[in-house]
Design a binder for this molecule. Structure first.
Ligand SMILES: NC(=O)c1ccc[n+]([C@@H]2O[C@H](COP(=O)([O-])OP(=O)(O)OC[C@H]3O[C@@H](n4cnc5c(N)ncnc54)[C@H](O)[C@@H]3O)[C@@H](O)[C@H]2O)c1
Length: 381
């Protein structure tokens, strides 16, 4: 992974921030792979958290993980079920691969435990609906792990839209991705990941624009996915090419409520540096958000608003903003979840929004398989 991808996970907690430590939250970690490292580092920095339990399907992995991070007094379990059945927890971080997002989340909510679930929310729309129903029945906090939400530059996109500077938004283009950047491990097999670039980095790209305009409902989708790089021994080892069973590129034309069009493409690998910047077109102005070449869910450079002033076409540059305080984005994601538990909510990254994100991911996959446009039908929660 490039440095700029890894650096966003570096814990930089502001230890001077005032945190109420009178009640300590008992937390468990489910799945102790790569992203769980960022969770444990952030939890270790939070004075109101005790990490008391961890589970992983691979024998010995959770034990080695906690030893590596110097966390003592943790009880270990062979899967999420035993952990939830045997512990009295306030919250869990679910850091499992995508195919194991829905099951553990629903099980935790049914047992009255607050959940921080890693992105993407899950694999299918059906799973997302089941998760939302379990959340509603439980009354617990469920937040989805989109740390770019906490970046001042990402937040600025929504502020620009809400300021009226663009007028009524009618068209958006989003996506991007990598020229070469197929992950390996559990990310490339259908049985663990369930979805490739489309879910892995596509979910961030969709969230960037949908969150900015208030998450309108998706209505129809014409989607495309391919796997030319992932399955080719020109770019992958024979071992990885053989087990590659997800997408490495996806594109779609999506109609959203309110007559808004979303044109989307995302890539883990292609013969191009970027398939384009993110663009939001409104009746009064257009916003260009430079892409990043690895698509790590951030703004790639100063944004520009194209508009007319007194009959003259002008461009306004929005400088890159520094995030306030000393917390990194990942720590903000963890802190906001803990604060929501303590204050009774709302969830910082709510499923009411991410359900639509998941409906689009699901719809692109379904439309691509059918080779035609599909209607998006989201059942009542
Ligand atoms: N927020 C981010 O920036 C970010 C970055 C990377 C990955 N992720 C997400 O985090 C998730 C995990 O990614 P990763 O790279 O850590 O994967 P990983 O394969 O390294 O780790 C997943 C671990 O979960 C374990 N596991 C699976 N099902 C389990 C269950 N039911 N009970 C207990 N353990 C179980 C596996 O054995 C494995 O060790 C993915 O959904 C991914 O999209 C988020």
């Amino acid at each position: 992974m490039p440095d700029e991808v890894l650096s966003q996970f570096t814990p930089t907690v502001d230890k001077t921030a005032k945190i109420d430590t009178s009640k300590k939250l008992k937390v468990g970690i489910i799945g102790t792979g790569w992203i769980a490292e960022s969770h444990i580092q952030s939890f270790k920095n939070m004075p109101d958290v005790d990490v008391v339990a961890a589970a992983d399907l691979i024998p010995g992995k959770a034990e080695a993980f906690m030893k590596r991070f110097g966390v003592e007094g943790v009880r270990f379990y062979p899967s999420h079920k035993e952990l939830i059945d045997n512990e009295e927890l306030d919250a869990v971080s679910i850091c499992t691969y995508n195919r194991q997002h829905a099951g553990p989340t629903i099980y935790a909510l049914e047992h009255g435990i607050h959940v921080l679930l890693e992105k993407p929310m899950c694999v299918t729309l059906d799973e997302a609906v089941e998760i939302c129903r379990a959340e509603k029945a439980s009354g617990k906090i469920l937040s989805i792990g989109f740390q770019p939400r906490f970046d001042a530059n990402m937040q600025q996109i929504g502020k620009i839209v809400r300021s009226g500077a663009l007028g009524e938004v009618y068209y958006m283009q989003t996506g991007g991705g990598r020229r070469r950047g197929i992950p390996n491990s559990t990310f490339i097999e259908d049985k663990t990941a369930g979805v490739g670039a489309l879910g892995d980095i596509g979910c961030y790209s969709l969230d960037m624009v949908l969150n900015a305009i208030g998450y309108p409902k998706p209505l129809t989708i014409s989607g495309y996915t391919s796997d030319f790089f992932g399955t080719s021994t020109d770019y992958q080892s024979e071992y990885d090419a053989k087990r590659f069973s997800v997408d490495d590129f996806a594109a779609a034309f999506i109609r959203l409520e309110g007559g808004i069009i979303l044109d989307f493409r995302i890539s883990w690998a292609m013969h191009l540096d970027t398939p384009g910047d993110t663009i939001i077109l409104g009746k009064k102005g257009g916003l260009r958000i430079p892409s990043t070449d690895c698509w790590n869910g951030t703004v790639g450079g100063p944004m520009k608003i194209y508009h007319d002033v007194a009959g003259t076409q002008v461009e306004t540059v929005i400088p890159i903003l520094q995030n306030p305080g000393k917390m990194g984005l990942f720590d903000r994601k963890i802190r906001s979840f803990l604060d929501a538990i303590k204050t009774g909510g709302p969830a910082p990254v709510p499923t009411s929004q991410i359900l639509y994100n998941q409906a689009i991911i699901d719809g692109i996959g379904r439309s691509a398989k059918l080779g035609r446009e599909i209607q998006v039908v989201i059942p009542e929660i």
